[in-house]
Design a protein around this ligand. Structure first.
Ligand code: ADE
Ligand code: ZN
Length: 334
């Protein structure tokens, strides 16, 4: 087996997937028709042609437009179930799914409707595939901290159905420290903490995510390599980075996958993981990210096994489930 074939076959956890970013153009059009929502594109091909991004913001504008077709519980279920089936086909056995309530509540959709649909899909994946999963509520950082507090308040009746909170959307100009107080409240509530930092933003944003928000994982974090003291600290704490290679390529964070920092992150001793971010927009689900990265960077068999192990080490599963999944990695790798 080549390293790329091994990567595809290994059981893996996916820890950085925005469920709204799994909405394929065909499903966007089907839901638009079902819900009577008008789209600014005449058909699937025209929408797909608009997927030529120059940076994070150029993507986010289209991503929020796509999410406008989501109105009812069944829509959130259909979206998540489509993702979970694809993840299962890629040997994802555990997934921690981001969702953006403010994208939906701004259109009058109750956060309870969002969570109910996602949760029902996760339950079906557990029943049919034995897949474990969890939901992570993300605050949109281009909005105010006050808006994040209101979102948290609205979600609290559903507290049992999400394990943590994250921070996403337009990074530059919206540092983690903008959300210090709401994350402090989330920690009091016992929520797990993650945050996007160092995707386009500079190393000080990663320091803030660590020290101010007390993030347990950094989403992206590829720009940490610009600051050797930060790399040393991430290695010392073993703070995981949920890296998304095809996203970095499509959003022009790197110009070629052969220049992607994944190998450097691994060689620096960091707990780096591979993830798909917004697979419907960036040209591939988890195995496409693995296979293309392994080939472009000529990652070794040991690198690939480390990445699969890291995905479980970095996950928020309990110790017994982690041990079970790590044993499955060893069984396939041996
Ligand atoms: N929301 C969805 N995908 C994102 C990304 N890659 N960065 C920030 N916010 C996002
Ligand atoms: Zn992301």
């Amino acid at each position: 087996m080549t390293p790329a074939q091994l990567a595809a076959a290994l059981p893996k956890a996916e820890l950085h997937i925005h469920i709204e970013g799994s909405l394929e153009p065909e499903l966007i059009f089907a839901l638009a028709q079902r819900n009577g929502v008008a789209l600014p594109y005449p058909n699937v091909e025209a929408l797909r042609q608009a997927y030529a991004f120059t940076d994070l913001q150029s993507f986010l504008d289209i991503y929020y437009a796509g999410a406008s077709v989501l109105l009812h519980e069944a829509d959130f279920f259909d979206m998540a179930w489509a993702y979970l089936q694809r993840a299962h086909a890629d040997h994802v056995v555990h997934t921690e799914i981001f969702f953006d309530p403010q994208t939906h509540t701004a259109r009058g959709v109750d956060v309870g409707v969002v969570i109910a649909g996602l949760k029902r899909a996760c339950e079906r994946a557990h029943t049919e595939f034995g897949m474990t999963s969890a939901l992570i509520l993300c605050f949109l950082r281009h909005l105010s901290e006050e808006d994040a507090f209101a979102t948290l308040e609205a979600a609290l009746p559903h507290r049992a159905h999400f394990i943590g909170v994250g921070l996403d959307s337009s990074e530059v100009g919206h540092p983690p420290s903008k959300f210090s107080r709401v994350f402090a409240r989330c920690r009091e509530l016992g929520l797990r903490i993650v945050a996007h930092a160092g995707e386009e933003g500079p190393p000080p944003y990663i320091w803030e995510a660590l020290n101010d928000l007390k993030a347990e994982r950094i989403d992206h974090g590829v720009r940490s390599l610009d600051d050797p003291a930060l790399v040393a600290e991430l290695a010392r704490r073993r703070t995981p980075l949920t890296v998304c290679p095809l996203s970095n390529l499509k959003l022009c964070v790197v110009t070629d996958l052969r220049e992607h920092p994944m190998k450097k992150l691994l060689d620096a001793g960091l707990c780096a993981t591979v993830n798909s971010d917004d697979p419907a927009y960036f040209g591939g689900y988890l195995n496409a990210n693995f296979v293309q990265t392994v080939d472009a960077l000529k990652l070794s068999r040991d690198d690939v096994i480390a990445l699969a192990r890291n995905s479980f080490e970095a996950s928020f599963i309990d110790g017994a489930t982690r041990a079970k999944y790590l044993a499955r990695v060893e069984a396939v790798a041996s």
